[in-house]
Write a protein that binds this ligand. Structure first.
Ligand code: FMN
Length: 253
């Protein structure tokens, strides 16, 4: 089984998003999958120009010359896609958005009525089968509702193409206050329960095809047991400290 992690953070390997993605992939690897991470910021992926050449003139092939053709080959060979993006303006990063736009060659322009009774485009390579998708995202603010638009976006993407459910969303890891992974906790081991759950989730997707309800419940727990007011105080005190440390040259961002 091939599991492909897509990191859409402009901060790449030092991103909070990667703190969640890598344990998930470790768990998938321990369960026997072949894993790989693509850091979109290090690849040349131009935004779609909307010319529809990949549908009408050179079916299945985009006219833009960049890294995307090789990436699409990988995507077609992948069983589990792990989309990992920081939450930007309530949605995915621009890197991740461009990546999704450029997958247009993987569907045909024809229209069918899908399993949900909606119009959709069939997959160009249906023999490659139905992928499983996992969504990982990291946000600045702790409340879960900030992920509502992103989550709905991915739910729509799984059903839009492929004549009905070309992919299945088999679990999510959505966590605010990502700064806590690197900077905030006084005790660096205090979030191990969360990273352990990320690792377990990766193993479950490989072995059972989805994140179990038990592990999902752990992943959905807040990182800290704080009231909204205490969160605001903590975040603002942290900012004051950060400003001070940057001024004194003690903190690099
Ligand atoms: C342009 C921009 C937009 C952002 N939009 C949101 C947002 O809508 N909601 C939120 O909670 N955090 C938002 N954030 C904060 C990031 O989600 C947060 O810093 C996250 O930890 C970054 O993850 P990364 O280190 O993986 O890139 C935004 C940050 C930037 C730079």
């Amino acid at each position: 089984m091939n599991v492909l992690g897509i990191n859409g953070s402009p901060r790449g390997k030092s991103s909070h998003t990667d703190y969640m993605l890598q344990p998930f992939l470790d768990g998938a690897g321990e369960a026997g999958a072949a894993t790989e991470t693509l850091y979109l910021k290090d690849l040349k992926i131009k935004p779609c120009t909307g010319c529809f050449s990949c549908w009408l003139v050179t079916p299945g092939t985009c006219i833009l010359k960049d890294d995307m053709p090789g990436i699409l080959e990988k995507v077609l060979d992948t069983d589990v896609m792990v989309f990992s993006t920081p939450l930007y303006n309530c949605s995915m990063s621009a890197y991740m958005k461009a990546f999704h736009e450029r997958q247009l060659p993987l569907v045909t322009p024809y229209v069918v009525i899908n399993d949900q009774g909606e119009m959709a485009h069939p997959l160009r390579y249906p023999e490659k089968g139905r992928q499983k998708w996992v969504l990982i995202s990291n946000a600045g603010l702790p409340e879960t509702k900030h992920f509502d638009v992103l989550l709905e976006n991915y739910r729509r993407l799984t059903t839009l193409h492929g004549g009905g459910g070309h992919a299945e969303l088999v679990g999510t890891i959505l966590k605010g206050m990502g700064g806590a992974f690197t900077k905030a906790p006084a005790d660096p081991g205090s979030l191990d329960w969360f990273f352990d759950a990320c690792r377990k989730a990766g193993g479950e997707v490989v072995k059972q095809g989805r994140i179990s309800p038990e592990t999902q419940e752990v992943l959905d727990r807040p990182l800290f047991d704080l009231s909204p007011e205490a969160y605001v105080d903590t975040l603002n005190s942290f900012l004051d400290l950060a400003f001070q440390m940057i001024k004194e040259g003690k903190l690099e961002v």
